[in-house]
Design a protein around this ligand. Structure first.
Ligand code: GDP
Length: 533
């Protein structure tokens, strides 16, 4: 029996993992799910992923490059809490998708490789979290390997991220000499058992008091003195953990462990439950008036942060991922799409439990449900019972590369248009239709997006395409009064295009030209991004 929407929301933690490739995100995900009791055997995350990959052709890229192209959501429970883990693709070219996924997260776990510290991709993702005020929990992974001095790792967090690290645990050694860690608050020592590799977490011996004789079973007198000394040092050097400062994004609690050997992960999960924020009120506009939607509000509402096509190759489905913001969602419910006025009966919503996709009967703020649809729902859409709510839209990122796309078989031009629109609706790439001519201009943040696109056009739509350089360097969304817009369009007809929502876009040949027109037409605004809805 579920409780009130407010109480259900309060026990939810919706988070993402950010890391540089190879730091251990996949391994940690797997171990978290195991700790959460959501899956039975180790290796299932990867195995399931591979299984899916082999069934779906377009994931070839994912296999070949060893990167994860699609973000997924997984739900598991632990200790009375419901965790929704949003998986963020790690490759830098997928920044757009990753950024959007982070708009649906309330907290992030930053995984660092203990030997490498902060790497370029960690830094980039961290900056997005900071932009969105997402509090960050740090997990220093691979302690079972030779690591950097933990004090230096803390220094690096402080200097590179301008974030106060507050360790909640402190490790005893690393690599072959890794013996466990001290819980700085309870002063319990958690011994690490190397041979526990393939066992459950409980394969590690139970905690013992750090200040009694029991610790001698795990540490030599020299190791114990070293641990206690370095503990003194770190407690003297770092601020005490302040939950409020963490929520405000100034401080990060630091955990240590080994995702591979399932050590320290249970503690991380407990920390998320205790300190990470539950869903918070979200800024929105209701019938023209600014407001906040609270998780406990009666009206069901949410926003679409991701659309994915063909997750199940047997069905040509498209799934919109809806992050719920309020109310008690129930299967069969009717929701309205804010910017189209369309009504949608959500009869087969999907929740992503770790083991499988299941039909969701109920959902609350913080939950993510997948809504199968045929292109009605787009990234940035706001859904609610009244249809009167609009959440601050998700930005479209300014494309940095604009290319012309042509289909090799000219008879398939119409087909191409539909395919391009489909991919643009998913947010894979952006699509611009110039007012003159029959070309399509495709915009992306990174080169890899074009490869993904070509691959998907071939495998899902049987279209062989070529990309050609376009004369354009930048795209700007133009807005202003109708008269001003008309005058501008008339003067720059050959450079005007429409985006997928028929919004006017100026395709500029250079940064200089963009500056020039902006100066000549001061009444118009030339925006780098456009918020949908
Ligand atoms: P991702 O790219 O961040 O998803 O990283 P993976 O989870 O795929 O891990 C990259 C590599 O590091 C794999 O070979 C893992 O087995 C290994 N790895 C992950 N966590 C640990 C750990 O705690 N200890 C050790 N020794 N290896 C780990």
């Amino acid at each position: 029996m579920s409780q009130s929407p407010a109480a259900e929301a309060a026990r939810r933690r919706t988070f993402a993992i950010i890391s540089h490739p190879d730091a251990g995100k996949t391994t940690l995900t797997e171990t978290l799910l195991l700790s959460g009791g959501a899956i039975r055997a180790a290796g299932q995350v990867r195995a399931r992923g591979e299984n899916r990959r082999t069934r779906s052709d377009w994931m070839k890229i994912e296999r070949e490059r060893g990167i994860s192209v699609s973000a997924s959501v997984m739900t598991f429970d632990h200790d009375g809490m419901m965790f929704n883990l949003l998986d963020t693709p790690g490759h830098e070219d997928f920044s757009e998708d990753t950024y959007r996924t982070l708009t649906a997260a309330d907290a992030a776990v930053m995984v660092l490789d203990a030997a490498k510290g902060i790497e370029p991709q960690t830094l980039k993702l961290f900056e997005v979290c900071r932009l969105r005020d997402i509090p960050i929990v740090t997990f220093i992974n691979k302690m079972d390997r030779e690591a950097q001095d933990p004090l230096e790792l803390l220094d690096e967090i402080a200097s590179k991220l301008a974030l106060d690290p507050a360790p909640l645990f402190w490790p005893a050694g690393s690599g072959g000499r890794f013996k466990g860690m001290l819980d700085l608050r309870s002063r319990q020592f958690l011994p690490f058992e190397r041979s526990a590799t393939e066992r459950e977490q409980s394969g590690h011996p139970p905690a013992v008091p750090a200040d009694g004789a029991a610790i001698d079973a795990y540490l030599s007198p020299g190791e114990r003195d070293e641990l206690l000394e370095s503990t003194e040092l770190v407690l003297g050097a770092s601020p005490a953990f302040d939950p409020q400062s963490f929520l405000e994004g100034h401080m990060t609690p630091v955990f240590f462990g080994s995702a591979l050997r399932r050590f320290g992960v249970e503690q991380l999960l407990d920390g998320l439950g205790a300190y990470a924020p539950p869903p918070r009120p979200v800024a929105a506009v209701r019938s023209g008036t600014e407001t906040h939607v609270a998780p406990g509000d009666a009206e069901v509402s949410g926003f679409v942060f991701k659309v994915q096509a063909n997750m199940d190759p047997n069905h040509r489905d498209r799934i919109a991922f809806l992050r719920l913001c309020s109310g008690r969602f129930q299967r069969g419910m009717k929701l309205k799409v804010q910017n189209t006025g369309r009504q949608l009966s959500v009869n087969a919503p999907i929740m992503f439990f770790a083991s499988d996709r299941e039909l969701a009967e109920e959902g609350f703020a913080g939950d993510v449900i997948g809504i199968p649809n045929h292109g009605v729902l787009r990234v940035g859409d706001s859904l609610s019972e009244s249809g009167a709510l609009r959440f601050a839209g998700l930005p479209n990122f300014a494309p940095e590369i604009l290319q012309r796309v042509r289909v090799k078989d000219p008879l398939k031009a119409k087909h191409l248009r539909r395919a391009l629109e489909g991919l643009a609706e998913e947010g894979v790439t952006q699509l611009f239709r110039p007012q003159i001519g029959s070309d399509f201009i495709v915009g992306a943040v990174g080169q890899l997006q074009f490869e993904v696109m070509a691959d998907r056009l071939a495998s899902e739509y049987q279209l062989e395409v070529v990309f050609e350089t376009s004369p354009y360097a930048e795209a700007r969304w133009v807005s202003g009064t109708d008269a001003d817009l008309e005058a501008f369009s008339a003067a720059y007809r050959t450079a005007m295009a429409e985006d997928i929502d028929s919004q006017p876009v100026f395709l500029s040949k250079s940064g200089w030209e963009t500056g020039y027109v902006a100066e000549r037409y001061p009444a118009l605004s030339f925006a780098r991004t456009r918020e949908r809805g």
